[in-house]
Write a protein that binds this ligand. Structure first.
Ligand SMILES: Nc1ncnc2c1ncn2[C@@H]1O[C@H](COP(=O)(O)OP(=O)(O)O)[C@@H](O)[C@H]1O
Ligand SMILES: [Mg+2]
Length: 216
């Protein structure tokens, strides 16, 4: 159930700004009333078709219950899934490659690096594979056109200079994994962020008069 309440002065200001059109960004803490404000905005724009987008399925599902009928609520991934080519989306069901096998296939063994404590530590192949796969995920969720060294997540106990070196070593592998991921003849599972990025890079148009983007 969605309770009726009086919009606060801040919520009123957001609604007025939204009615004026154009892009609008609201930044507020958890529980501050952001989703409720989007609902209030939607209720003011009933003559137009809206698209409510969230990154998380639970948030999209609960919005579907609370928003007026002129607004369709979905996750960004489901929107991307619907417009991505089937040969690509079908790959989420293929067997996935475990991180240590990815590392081995790319020629990585254990890597020894200095830590902030002064001792050396070994980054195991499993961890290396995970850094490459996570790096691909971070690239896919970024606005960047190509994979970059800074997309590689490195454990904070690794010394800064070594972390930079490690990123440089592993960055080409994100590029390789990305190329394999979008190759129509690829045989391994892709992460959903891959079709999200393919969709984003196609400069899609979201079919709506207004877009409400929650938890951006
Ligand atoms: N103007 C208001 N008056 C009273 N309660 C409100 C008001 N706006 C939001 N709420 C309530 O505050 C709670 C948090 O709101 P919500 O929109 O979910 O926040 P957020 O999306 O920022 O986490 C909800 O229970 C909502 O019903
Ligand atoms: Mg919310």
């Amino acid at each position: 159930m969605v309770k009726a309440y009086k919009p606060t002065a801040e919520q009123k200001a957001v609604i007025e700004a939204a009615k004026g059109g154009g892009d609008l960004k609201v930044k507020a803490y958890a529980g501050a009333g952001k989703t409720s404000t989007l609902r209030l905005v939607a209720q003011q724009l009933t003559g137009q078709r809206g698209s409510y987008l969230a990154f998380n399925k639970e948030i999209a599902d609960s919005a579907r219950r609370g928003f007026p009928a002129n607004v369709s609520a979905r996750t960004v991934h489901s929107l991307a899934y619907a417009s991505a080519p089937t040969w690509l989306t079908a790959r989420i069901n293929l067997p996935s490659e475990p991180p240590h096998e990815l590392a081995a296939r790319y020629g990585f063994g254990p890597i020894e690096v200095p830590t902030i404590s002064g001792k050396n530590a070994e980054v195991a192949p499993f961890e290396v594979g995970r850094m490459i796969a996570d790096g691909l995920g971070r690239f896919c969720r970024s606005a960047d056109d190509t994979p970059q060294p800074f997309h590689i997540p490195v454990d904070e106990k690794i010394r800064d200079d070594a972390a930079d070196w490690l990123r440089e070593q592993l960055a080409p592998s994100i590029g390789r994994l990305w190329a394999e991921s979008v190759n129509p003849r690829g045989l391994k599972a892709i992460q959903p962020d891959v079709y999200l990025k393919v969709w984003a890079q196609s400069n899609p148009r979201i079919n709506a008069d207004f877009i409400l983007f929650d938890e951006a």
